[in-house]
Design a protein around this ligand. Structure first.
Ligand code: ZN
Length: 137
């Protein structure tokens, strides 16, 4: 893994589109894994006020980490598609080079990965049994 820490400049596009898509797919898959770890906690809690759990925005930014509200059922629906991720309902959280919006609500947008980002997303899908985490090349 490259040593990416806060303070490192981001958003400088130096590679080709495929590299960009792969990188975005890996970043978003990271937050997907984080949300997968949150889910048992969210599922165990009875949500009254606030009425639904917080998840972490799955946009391509490595510094976003903003809370997004989805019910468990909504979360499961997104997770059932390896190439689908949810982000906050704002264009700031979109990377149009690597994804397109497939569903919009007031609380979140669902995006679908395209190109290399979709391939990486499928490879890194924690719910796919046929593929583990990719070994560093
Ligand atoms: Zn975000």
């Amino acid at each position: 893994m490259p040593a990416l820490r806060s303070g490192v400049q981001c958003c400088v596009v130096t590679g080709n589109l495929s590299d960009l898509q792969e990188r975005a797919g890996e970043n978003e898959s990271r937050y997907r894994n984080l949300n997968e770890r949150i889910e048992p906690h969210n599922a165990a809690h009875v949500w009254v006020d606030p009425p639904m759990p917080d998840w972490v925005c799955e946009c391509a930014s490595t510094e976003c980490m903003k809370p997004v509200r989805l019910t468990l059922a909504e979360y499961e629906a997104v997770r059932s598609e390896p190439t689908h991720f949810f982000v906050l309902p704002s264009e700031e959280h979109l990377s149009l080079a690597v994804e397109r919006v497939v569903h919009q609500t007031e609380r979140y947008w669902i995006v679908e990965k395209i190109g290399a980002a979709a391939e990486v997303s499928e490879e890194l899908d924690p719910r796919s049994e046929s593929s583990g985490p990719r070994a560093s090349a």
